[in-house]
Design a protein around this ligand. Sequence first.
Ligand code: NDP
Length: 320
Amino acid sequence: MHAIVVTTPGGSSALEYTEVPDPVPGPDDVLVDVQAIGVNFIDVYHREGRYPLPTPFVPGSEGAGTVAAVGANVTDVAVGDRVGWQGVLGGYAQKAVVPAAKVIPLPDEVSPELAAAVLLQGLTAHYLSHSTYAVNTGDDTLVHAAAGGVGLLLTQMVKLRGGRVIGTVSTEEKEKLARDAGADDVIRYEGFAGAVRELTDGRGVHVVYDGVGKATFDDSLASLRVRGMMALYGAASGAVPPVDPQRLNQGGSLFLTRPTLAHYTVTREELLARAGEVLGWVGSGALKVHISGRYPLAEAKRAHDDLEGRRTTGKLLLIP
Ligand code: NDP
C-alpha cells in the first residue's frame, strides 16, 4: 500500500509518500480500507518531533473507511462496516490498523468523509464545551482561532449550550466564517484582552478556550473574569513557557487546565457517548462541518504547509 512515512522528524519535507507493506491487525484490532484521513495540528507536532515518536512512523491520528478484516477476538465489528477513529497513529495510509476498542461505528447519515472531518476536532470541541468548562446559558466565552478546525465546531457547540462566543481570527474571510458558525463578536488578536473587557462591560469572560498557546496565553489570562477558567488545549503558535501559580491569584483566583482528548475519552462508554452526540448532530444538520481542503494523500506536505501557514479554515482531509 501507499503511505506517508516520517523517518527523520522535522519540517514538512519529512513527510515522504512511499510504498510500505500492508499493516497486519492483531487479535483485538481491525483493518480498515481508508477512504478519508483527517489532518490535525497534532500531526504537525508528531512530524516535528515535539511529541517524540519511535521512527520510522506513519503519521495521522484520524480517519474513516470500511472494515476489511477483523482480529480473532473482535466480536462487535464486522467486515464491511463503515467506521471512523481518532487517537490511533498510522492514518496517513491506504490501510490502517485500529484497535477495536477505538472503532466508532458510523450512522447511515454520516459518510466516511464527514466522519474523518469531525471526529477528532468534534470530540475535542465536545469535551471542552461540555466537560472542561461546561458552558451555561448566558456564559461569556472566548474562542481563539474561531475559524479553525476545532474553532468552528467549538463555536457552534457553545451556541448550542446557550453561551456567547467572542472569537478571534486573523483575516476577514475567517471572520465571516466564524460569524456564520454563530460567533456573536469576532475580533483580531491585537489587543484582544482590552476588546474582551469592553465587550463584557469590564467583567471578562467565564472561560477562554485557547489552542493558540504561546502568542495568546498572557492576554487570555487577562481576559478572564474572577474565578474564570483558562482551558489551554493547544499550542499552534508554540509552547507556553512555565507559569508561576501566583499569577492565577493575581488574575482573580483563576483556574488553569491543560486538557487533552485522551483523558476525556477514557472508557469506551465515554468515547461512544461523545461520538454518538457529535455524529448525531452532524447527521441531523445541527452541527455543520466545514471541509476547506481535500488533498491527495501524496500531497500531505502541502496540507501541512497550508495548516502551519494559517492559510486554512475548518477541516483539511487527505484522500488516499
Ligand atoms: P486549526 O485549524 O485551528 O489551525 C490552527 C489555527 O490557529 C490557524 O488557522 C490560525 O488561525 C491559528 N494560529 C494562531 N497563531 C498561529 C501560528 N503562529 N501558527 C499557526 N496557526 C496559528 O487547527 P486544529 O483545529 O487542528 O487545532 C487547533 C488547536 O487545537 C491546536 O493547537 C491543536 O494542537 C489543538 N488540539 C488540541 C486537542 C486536545 O485535546 N488538547 C485536540 C485537538 C486539537 P488564525 O489565522 O485565525 O489565527
